[in-house]
Write a protein of this length. Structure first.
Length: 142
């Protein structure tokens, strides 16, 4: 192999080794979503969340305020479609107060990554006053 071809190949290999995959950013607004008419008076508050997908690692951070009862859990759910409830797929960390922060870093399976990109993943914060869901927010690509 000529010296020029060898240098060109070396340059291509160096570029491939030093290039990084760009992370994808997602965000969502956390809003009150009564499960039914009888729970309308028990849900209140607002919040927001940001998420970054780097490879298969999703890092979430957000905040909320104004809930009627302290937060109990926060989870990442996967719905069958945007706006449709689905099962818990990962737990997040949440401040157990009426105002606080949400955070977490989880590994997503390929089908969960596809659901995230399709807008089917959402964050749900439950509270003492609304144990079936106080704040919900679907994550959408920025």
């Amino acid at each position: 192999m000529s010296r020029q071809k060898h240098l060109a190949c070396g340059g291509i290999v160096a570029m491939l080794l030093t290039s990084t995959v760009l992370a994808e950013d997602f965000s969502g607004r956390l809003g009150r979503v009564p499960v039914d008419n009888r729970t309308q008076s028990t849900v209140a508050g607002l919040g927001n969340a940001n998420a970054e997908l780097d490879g298969d690692r999703l890092t979430v951070d957000g905040e909320f305020a104004g809930m009627l009862g302290p937060a109990t859990v926060a989870n990442l759910h996967m719905g069958r479609a945007v706006g449709v409830r689905g099962p818990v797929i990962h737990s997040l960390t949440v401040a157990t107060d009426r105002d606080g922060e949400i955070s977490g870093s989880v590994r997503l399976r390929p089908e969960e990554i596809a659901a995230l990109r399709a807008g089917r993943l959402y964050i749900q914060v439950n509270s003492e006053s609304a144990p079936d869901g106080n704040l919900w927010g679907w994550l959408f690509s920025e």
